[in-house]
Design a protein around this ligand. Structure first.
Ligand code: NAD
Length: 706
């Protein structure tokens, strides 16, 4: 394919940088050269810019940011300004997607032709940025201040068809965009040849009568989480500049704001998570092999997890046979599922047709016969190895050859479970999080014998059902829950020393966690946590937990489900209420231990909990349970309410400086004798090695980044 081609007076410039035509330096240079060629070729009357492959352009190249080429000319803003200044008309021919810098490029063209299904949007706000190549100045000039601000603030993408009358497009077509764009370019070329100037977006008026009142209102109603990203407010500042200042000044304001955000901590963290999620899909030490086809799935057990997993699969169009142990349990599971879809229908979230189609995809059974046709079976029965054994032995007898057999176990050893079958290569863990149809994270647990194509099928399935997948090796609790255990242990010990549950929760929430540890425990069930803790202590009696955990369970405070846990949960009241009874029990427990309670500040709470997470993360990394440090960050940001703008526990440790992490842990290793703090805070050897050598986790990550 020629990337620059002139036909009957129209130059067609093709952006070709698979998979998404991101606007890295080579592509920018190609565009600059092609525009120069077209402007200096007297036979060319007009230009069409189009994208090869899947779309027009996915936007700027985020991997370029800290590389020298990221600053090399032509930089996006200058290139688009140059494009807009061209004396011959330039028409964008858009299909697939035009996002971020891709849309900014199209905005700088003199006209836009889009296929109706093209997805357009400016997602920069999700990365803690504002669009930085004219998007905040040109979009309001085409679609108006209000619509532009909504698009920029939401960061979401829209189909071209849904923006049909917005003024963004000159033509929307179901046909061939390049042919249509060439026809339009020829017409505009003739007009320019007869003396008219191309229609430059930057020269259009951007007026709104009450612009200042409107932007003030937008600022006042902005929902920014505590300590959250400054980007949404910055987006408003840019659009306000578009409405109040001449184009050139608005552009300068945008550049200034963009640069300050791009140099900030939040962008560094958000970019880290963005790239980490992409990297996590690459499996280390496993050949690239085609995935197996998954059309028909089975789910065994229709409780909390099984019903959620069934819905997650059905939502992606996969048909599911849900197998329960008896007809009563099956009826209950199907009722839960029907009620869920009924609720979505009532709230207008799903059309009646889509809701019925999803319900129809889930059928039930109380025997295993129907599982013979399944390409994938996910087991979600009680967390009991004997029951899992029975299930996997029966499954082994009925499943067809090549079927993937998965367990949703939270704690049990996948290799034990695989050994219940004669096909351990087909077995793996698929650890969903509750509620499984909502939570993004999926830990894909790789057993000792799991086949490469079973792993790649799991990653492909995750993509299909909209999950963020991270590969984990086999260990107790896998990546996420194993680290969370260390975090919870510290949270409990802080209570013994002087903190109260709400002080710990509020310190963590103010720092940015979606929910503090005790609120999470109330949600998950304190009785369940007690069972897991007992099993853990049995296996490793050196673990030290605060006795307050058992005290709360002994008081019948099992959590939200019974209206009482670390807090009182009063029906109709969203926020949990403090419990005097729990606080008294916490204080009494310190007295029993003979501890003098002390005031513990938020900084110590945050440090102890975060460093407990990070140290366990380093151990997980050195044991090869996690493939890379950034995978651990993905687990925490997508499954445990860790703020994306903080980058994850490993990123945080690195930002803080590993030598400082080590020194702080050393301080914590002196504590009340019963806590065996020296044992708990023994640093992972990888942490010591990196802190001493000055090597960085980021470097380890980078060598593996595709
Ligand atoms: P649950 O008690 O809500 O549901 C278990 C279901 O399995 C019940 O409906 C039960 O009737 C059914 N069942 C039991 N034995 C069966 C058998 N032999 N055949 C068919 N069905 C059978 O439990 P849950 O919370 O959904 O947990 C299920 C699994 O998922 C466990 O291994 C658990 O560790 C894991 N898990 C739970 C969570 C969570 O937050 N609840 C999160 C991740 C993983």
């Amino acid at each position: 394919m020629s990337l620059y081609q002139v036909t009957d007076g129209v130059a067609i410039v093709t952006l070709n940088r698979p998979p998404l035509n991101t606007l890295g330096l080579p592509l920018r240079r190609h565009l600059a050269d092609a525009l120069y060629a077209a402007m200096t070729d007297t036979t060319v009357l007009a230009v069409v810019v189009t994208g090869a492959g899947r779309g027009f352009s996915g936007g700027g190249d985020i991997t370029e940011f800290d590389l020298p080429c990221g600053n090399q000319e032509p930089a996006p803003r200058a290139l688009f300004d140059r494009l807009e200044a061209c004396t011959k008309p330039v028409v964008a021919a858009m299909h697939g997607m035009a996002l971020g810098g891709g849309l900014e490029l199209a905005l700088a063209c003199h006209a836009r032709v889009a296929h109706a299904a093209t997805q357009v949007g400016l997602p920069e706000v999700h990365l803690g940025l504002v669009p930085g190549a004219g998007g905040t100045q040109r979009l309001p000039r085409l679609v108006g201040v209000e619509k532009a601000l909504n698009m920029i603030l939401s960061g979401s993408s829209h189909s071209a068809a849904s923006l049909g009358d917005s003024g963004l497009f000159d033509l929307i077509t179901e046909g061939d965009v390049v042919n249509e764009a060439v026809a339009l370019a020829r017409k505009l070329g003739d007009e320019v040849a007869s003396g008219r100037s191309p229609r430059r977006t930057g020269t259009l008026p951007c007026h709104m009568d009450n612009a200042q009142a409107f932007t003030a209102f937008a600022r006042a109603t902005l929902k920014t989480p505590l300590g959250g990203s400054p980007a949404p407010k910055a987006c408003i500042d840019c659009v306000e500049a578009a409405a109040l200042q001449p184009f050139a000044q608005g552009m300068d304001r945008e550049t200034e704001i963009f640069r300050s955000l791009a140099g900030g901590e939040q962008f560094a963290a958000l970019r880290h998570v963005f790239l980490a999620e992409r990297t996590a899909t690459h499996i280390v030490d496993s050949p690239t092999v085609p995935a197996r086809t998954i059309k028909q799935a089975g789910v065994i057990g229709g409780g909390t997890m099984g019903s959620g997993i069934s819905m997650a699969l059905a939502n992606a169009g996969i048909s599911v046979l849900l197998v329960e142990r008896d007809s009563r349990a099956l009826e209950r599971a199907l009722k839960t599922i029907h009620e869920h879809y009924e609720g979505l229908k009532k709230r207008g979230k799903l059309t009646p047709e889509v809701a019925s189609a999803r319900v129809a995809l889930i059928t039930g059974a109380v025997d295993y016969d129907g599982l013979a046709d399944a390409d994938l079976v996910i087991e979600a029965v009680f967390e009991d190895l004997d029951i899992k054994r029975q299930v996997f032995e029966r499954l082994d007898a009925v499943a067809k050859p090549g079927a993937i057999l998965a367990s949703n176990t939270s704690m049990l050893d996948i290799d034990h479970i695989a050994a219940f079958t004669r096909r351990p290569a087909d077995v793996l863990g698929l650890h969903f999080f509750s509620p499984a149809h909502v939570m993004k994270l999926l830990e894909v647990v790789r057993g000792a014998h799991t086949a490469p194509d079973v792993l790649s099928s799991a990653m492909a399935l995750a993509r299909k059902i909209g999950k963020t997948a991270v590969v984990s090796g086999v260990c107790e609790g896998f990546i996420g829950n194993r680290m969370f255990e260390a975090y919870m242990m510290q949270a409990g010990l802080l209570l013994d020393e002087g903190a109260l549950p709400h002080q710990v929760d509020s310190a963590m929430e103010r720092w940015g966690m979606a929910m503090g540890p005790f609120r999470i425990n109330d949600m998950a069930g304190n009785d369940l946590a007690a069972k897991i803790r007992a099993a853990r202590i049995e296996r490793d009696p050196t673990r030290v937990y605060s006795g307050t955990f058992d005290a709360v369970v002994a008081m019948g405070r099992h959590g939200q489900k019974v209206g009482r846990g670390w807090y009182d949960h009063i029906p109709g009241q969203r926020a949990p209420a403090l419990s005097a009874e729990v606080q008294a029990a916490v204080v009494a427990h310190s007295q029993q231990l003979g501890l003098q309670r002390r005031t513990i500040g938020a900084e110590e709470i945050v440090d102890r909990l975060l460093l407990a997470l990070a140290n366990e993360g380093f151990k997980i990394l050195e044991e090869g349970i996690a493939q890379r440090a950034s995978d651990i960050d993905v687990v925490y940001t997508s499954g445990y309410g860790f703020p994306r703008w903080r980058g994850g526990p490993m990123f945080q440790a690195e930002q803080r400086g590993l030598a400082d992490v080590l020194a702080t842990m050393k301080r914590f290793s002196v504590g009340p004798a019963y806590q065996r703090a020296d044992h708990f805070w023994r640093p992972a050897s990888l942490l010591v090695r990196l802190a001493t050598s000055g090597d960085s986790l980021r470097h380890l990550n980078k060598t593996e980044t595709p």
